[in-house]
Design a protein around this ligand. Structure first.
Ligand code: PAF
Length: 323
């Protein structure tokens, strides 16, 4: 069984490394040729709960993403059964450009990004592919030749109605059970969800409150809930998004405000992905997070002024606002 992991950042290496350690053949596709060479030459380590698992160079197959279409078009090259798309949301369009030559193939693509909007673009560009959504609370940190798993998260898989409005077929269900099994064998708590859109909207809301504020104030997640003034702003963002959801007919069933507070507790020392992007001078995912809330509000004749303000404040920081 071959699994293609596109994007060898911290999550890509965590999932890819653990799938390799479970005995699967994994091919990594990296942004640059240098990253691929380094992985092929040195391998890497997966650290979890104090245990170190060495992934030796002999097990690694890495190449730059540009080579993916070329190599998969060769008759002797076996196609991967799954393509785990693990790049950031902001890089999805670059990946689409690189793999467009495969658009007549039926690939199974599992998408791990924050935010919304990219899945529809991917499905439109790759009409024969099966596009699956993955929501995960796994976290990992990359340090030189090692990736460190931050606790044990949960992973849910499903097919979003935004991408495929027809209801899930038994064949879809089988594919989902298949990937769930692979990830469970690799040591992830993974479940098929028939309500993946609810999870996507829930994650969007959590990210829309935590990420821009931590990025603006340059604080770890836990610091958000240490001051009344910060909690007031968080609540305003939350209420504005909830009004938008209600007007759009999105029902979340659970108290997401409590979940936001609990994520701040459980990831207290984490640098949010948006803060990390800002600190590293990278483009952030704010347009696919707060920008999505703004667009949803507009579609129902509402406004989401707080989300809009944060969208512009964060976008205005890029890239020269970075020290
Ligand atoms: O984007 C992130 O950083 C994470 O999704 C979250 C949940 C905010 C924790 O840091």
């Amino acid at each position: 069984m071959i699994i293609d992991v596109v994007g060898a950042g911290s999550l890509g290496l965590l999932y890819g490394g653990k799938l390799l350690a479970a005995g699967y053949e994994v091919r990594f596709w990296t942004r640059t040729a240098e990253q691929a060479e380094k992985l092929n030459r040195e391998g890497f380590k997966v650290i979890e709960g104090g245990r170190i698992k060495q992934i030796p160079p002999s097990l690694i197959q890495a190449d730059e993403i540009k080579a993916l279409s070329r190599r998969q078009a060769q008759p002797e090259q076996l196609p991967g059964e799954w393509l785990l798309l693990m790049v950031k949301q902001t890089a999805v369009h670059d990946v689409i450009r690189e793999i467009k030559a495969l658009k007549t193939k039926t690939l199974n693509i599992a998408c791990f990004q924050n935010g919304m909007g990219h899945l529809e673009d991917l499905q439109w560009s790759m009409p024969h592919c099966n596009i699956w959504s993955v929501i995960t609370t796994e976290g990992a940190k990359r340090e030189q030749d090692r990736v460190i798993r931050a606790g044990r998260g949960e992973t849910w898989l499903g097919k979003s109605a935004n991408v495929c409005p027809a209801s899930q077929t038994p064949a879809d269900q089988n594919e989902l059970i298949h990937l769930t099994g692979l990830l469970q064998q690799a040591g992830f708590d993974c479940t098929v969800s028939n309500e993946i859109d609810k999870l996507i909207y829930r994650k969007l809301l959590i990210n829309a409150v935590i990420n821009p504020l931590t990025a603006l104030w340059r604080i770890p997640n836990g610091e958000l809930i240490t001051r009344k003034e910060r909690i007031v702003l968080m609540r305003q963002l939350y209420d504005e998004a909830m009004m938008t959801y209600e007007a759009s007919g999105i029902v979340l069933d659970v108290d997401v405000w409590e979940q936001i507070l609990s994520v701040c507790h459980s990831t207290a020392s984490n640098t949010s992905s948006m803060l990390s992007d800002v600190l590293n001078g990278r483009q952030t995912e704010v347009r696919s997070i707060n920008g999505q809330i703004v667009s949803m509000a507009r579609r129902c004749g509402l406004t989401a002024p707080m989300h809009e303000l944060l969208l512009h404040l964060i976008e205005g920081m890029q890239p020269e606002g970075v020290s």
